[in-house]
Design a protein around this ligand. Structure first.
Ligand SMILES: *[C@@H]1O[C@H](CO)[C@@H](O)[C@H](O)[C@H]1NC(C)=O
Ligand SMILES: *[C@@H]1O[C@H](CO)[C@@H](O)[C@H](O)[C@H]1NC(C)=O
Ligand SMILES: *[C@@H]1O[C@H](CO)[C@@H](O)[C@H](O)[C@H]1NC(C)=O
Ligand SMILES: [Cu+2]
Length: 416
């Protein structure tokens, strides 16, 4: 059964040798026939994960501050409390992006650019950079890590792997920031996190809705959109109405729920116990959505589908308010903002856990795959603390039980 549960379905488009970036909107208007094949992760020939020895130098021409000088600046990650778990060498104090100084913001953005300029470590099909590797991780695990009990633990493990990769490969000295989305709900388009210099760049524009400024403008993703693997730009379609789904009230109602199964459904998709679910069409979860958000949506503008009414949740808010790559449930890590968004979601889980640690450090529920993805031969299997979260060679795999307590090794994370 263990093997069966590791059988993954991935679609890929073959025969596209050209590396020229093309706008995502054109990709979807093309006649593409995805080829479905199954991958057993045991057959992927993943490089074995190796503990890094010392800090790696950045590859050439990367504006990676401390890598270039070889002199690490003082650790920005000064803990206020000693680690509560003696196995933690230090704690990673995750703070809101808006609390970062300009120097800290620049150091983080530089490290992400460094990741984008570092060659793939997984060698997974179509991945060319370490940034692509994280998209592949998410693409590969998408049917397990969404609409399932794995949603929160998988993303927590993924964030840790990403944070450690920034530190070990790109000499980043801080902890992962999170995006405080309550502050920007309803007004993503003017949020300071999209600053062109000390931020992630702004909205997309033009035919492919490619981002035009910021440190990731002109970058070519080799994986995505969706399950496709076609070179394309990072694209965004801000929609301020959709971004109201990030409002505080849609988080607060999740905090009222008292078990993991109800809580995760509320956080991920705004599902409330006993209320009929407004599920997205299955095509969306297969990554086949041509563009996101679908139009028209805002009822005050005559739209027919009230996306906020249907989907308001702390998780959906960030995805649908930013749109484009972030609006794609399969390839959203292609926009580096994904990791700050998910750190926000992860903090919400931790805040909820902290309200009753005795109960909630072991509370897991739901299945080990999406409700629309019964496992071959065995169907739906309940998620357990023993389930293995595959990090596709980017870091050590983790069991769900390893990530239930953020403060403990291997995570050693605290949120401010
Ligand atoms: C973002 O850009 C898209 C595409 O150019 C445009 O349709 C949309 O109105 C913009 N959003 C905002 C909030 O400016
Ligand atoms: C992206 O390309 C444009 C046009 O060539 C250039 O002006 C801009 O500086 C580039 N941005 C980055 C972040 O490389
Ligand atoms: C934690 O949850 C358990 C089980 O629901 C309950 O008995 C207990 O009173 C709760 N503790 C707190 C501090 O709310
Ligand atoms: Cu995800």
């Amino acid at each position: 059964m263990v093997l069966l549960r590791n059988v993954l379905t991935v679609q890929a488009v073959l025969g596209l040798a050209s590396a020229a970036a093309i706008p995502a909107s054109q990709i979807f208007s093309r006649d593409i026939t995805p080829i479905v094949y199954r991958i057993d992760p045991n057959s992927l020939n993943l490089p074995a994960y190796e503990e890094p020895s010392g800090r790696a130098k950045a590859p050439g021409k990367v504006p990676c501050l401390d890598c270039e000088t070889g002199t690490p600046p003082p650790d920005q990650n000064t803990p206020t409390d000693p680690p509560s778990d003696p196995r933690c060498l230090q704690m990673y104090i995750r703070r809101a992006w808006d609390s970062f100084t300009d120097t800290e913001k620049k150091a983080y953005l530089d490290a992400v650019v460094c990741l984008m300029n570092t060659p793939t470590k997984t060698g997974l099909p179509f991945a060319q950079t370490l940034h692509d590797d994280f998209v592949k991780m998410h693409q590969t695990m998408a049917n397990y890590a969404h609409n399932s009990g794995w949603f929160l633990p998988f993303h927590r493990a993924m964030l840790h792997t990403y944070e450690q990769t920034l530190r070990n490969t790109c000499a980043y000295r801080g902890a992962l920031p999170y995006w405080n989305e309550w502050a920007d709900a309803g007004s993503f388009s003017t949020a300071s996190i999209f600053d062109p210099v000390y931020g992630f760049g702004g909205n997309g524009s033009g035919e492919g809705q490619c981002i035009q400024d910021g440190p990731f403008a002109n970058y070519t993703l080799n994986t995505g959109p969706g399950y496709n693997n076609i070179p394309h730009c990072i694209w965004r379609q801000f929609d301020d109405y959709s971004s109201t789904a990030s409002a505080r009230q849609y988080t607060e109602r999740c905090f009222e729920l008292d078990n993991y199964y109800d809580f995760t459904g509320c956080v991920e998709n705004g599902h409330m116990p006993g209320v009929a679910r407004n599920d997205l069409p299955i095509e969306v979860w297969r990554g086949e959505v041509p563009q996101w958000p679908p139009v028209p949506i805002d009822p005050s503008q005559g739209g027919g589908f009230d996306i906020v009414q249907a989907l308001a949740s702390p998780h959906n808010g960030g995805h649908i308010g930013v749109g484009g790559e972030m609006g794609n449930p399969i390839s959203s890590p292609g926009d580096p903002l994904f990791f700050l968004h998910h750190a926000w979601v992860d903090r919400i889980w931790w805040q909820w856990q902290r309200k009753n640690l005795t109960e909630r450090l072991t509370d897991i529920g739901g299945f080990s795959s999406a409700h629309y993805y019964p496992l071959p031969d065995v169907g739906h299997v309940p998620a357990t603390l023993e389930d293995n979260l595959n990090m596709v060679g980017l870091g050590p795999d983790k069991k769900i039980g390893d990530v239930m307590d953020s403060r403990q090794w291997p995570l050693c994370v605290e949120y401010k």
